[in-house]
Design a protein around this ligand. Structure first.
Ligand SMILES: [Zn+2]
Ligand SMILES: [Zn+2]
Length: 331
């Protein structure tokens, strides 16, 4: 009886969360439309008001334009690319100019992994999804909104998984850069827009009210998305998705109750994890792919994973102790 009340509260929260998922799913296109409108208005404000006033235009104009292009392009890719469904065949690189070229032609390892380095790659174990009946490799989760199984599922907002997670993180990084520049270079214009100056007039095509609203939105977004980005980069550097960071918390407790310590087998060390996520480094794509909105394939097709040397599965977790999607939802 003692545990009934917290469990009831928890069940209520879960219901609210599920209801929230449905709402985000239904309102998804609306959010995307509002965000697109804001990005375009912000860009116009920047080009009309701030950019002409930035010192050394021959040096600063190109990086500013590059940040805007990256932001818009990565957002477009996150929203339009498939996150990678378990039932779809592995994606292949296209030959359009937006597809980055790899440093080397890789030796195909036969595991669907596109790295030739000495990685400990093992095929993913599979289970059957109880909701859609799809065979799902390790790290795949059933998305309640899409009602499909997504490879290396992270979260749905829009659906982020194996094939668009890089674009998602890059998009957040460019939003933080863009809003930071807007706030840092825009404040003298803000003073003018709200009327703190006596002698200068607002001589821009954008109205001062719109500029002021966008300025404060940029300030809020810089802080909020900056925090989200830091959390995501931390997750990437320890080899965890958003779902896994919750699951691993549970596994740590389970292992600890047996006097063992849990070790995430996908964690190859911070630098290696970041290299694999962005697929850069000696065996991946060149570093400049971080500066332009290139299309880049992930290092794996989601049917095998690179693991910490010596580990075939998570250490400290017994077979059958892995959380299923139902338990993730119901716990
Ligand atoms: Zn499923
Ligand atoms: Zn989804």
């Amino acid at each position: 009886m003692a545990g009934a009340c917290p469990r009831f509260v928890f069940a209520c929260f879960k219901r609210i969360e599920r209801w929230g998922d449905k709402l985000t799913g239904a309102a998804g296109p609306f959010f995307v439309a509002v965000a697109t409108l804001l990005f375009i208005t912000g860009t116009l404000c920047f080009l009309d008001v701030i950019l002409p006033s930035i010192p050394w235009p021959w040096l600063t104009t190109f990086p500013c334009i590059l940040i805007i292009i990256n932001l818009l392009a990565h957002y477009y890719f996150v929203c339009t690319l498939s996150p990678g469904f378990a039932s779809d065949p592995p994606q292949r690189a296209g030959n359009g100019f937006l597809w980055a070229k790899k440093r080397h032609t890789y030796t195909y390892t036969g595991h669907g992994v596109h790295w030739s380095a000495n990685l400990n790659v093992t095929p993913a174990s599979t289970t059957k999804c109880s909701k859609c009946g799809e065979i799902k490799p390790e790290r795949t989760h059933h998305c309640r909104v899409c009602n499909r199984c997504v490879l290396k599922y992270d979260h749905h907002c829009p659906c982020v998984g194996l094939y668009n997670e890089r674009h998602f993180v890059m998009f957040m990084a460019y939003v933080v850069m863009a809003t930071f520049c807007f706030v840092a270079f825009g404040w003298p214009h803000l003073l003018l827009a709200v009327g703190f100056h006596f002698d200068d007039n607002w001589e821009h095509w954008i109205s001062p009210i719109v500029f002021t609203i966008i300025y404060f939105l940029c300030l809020v977004m810089c802080l909020a998305i900056g925090t989200m980005l830091a959390w995501h980069i931390w997750g990437v550097s320890v080899g965890e998705t958003a779902v896994e960071s919750q699951d691993h918390e549970h596994y740590r407790r389970v292992a600890l109750s047996r006097g063992e310590s849990f070790q995430n087998s996908y964690d190859l060390g911070k630098l290696r994890n970041l290299q694999l996520f962005f697929n850069i480094g000696p065996d991946g794509y060149p570093l400049y792919t971080l500066l332009f909105p290139f299309r880049v394939l992930p290092y794996t097709d989601g049917r095998s994973w690179a693991r910490r040397p010596g580990l075939e599965r998570h250490h400290g977790l017994l077979a059958g102790e892995e959380l299923t999607d139902e338990e993730d939802n119901d716990n």
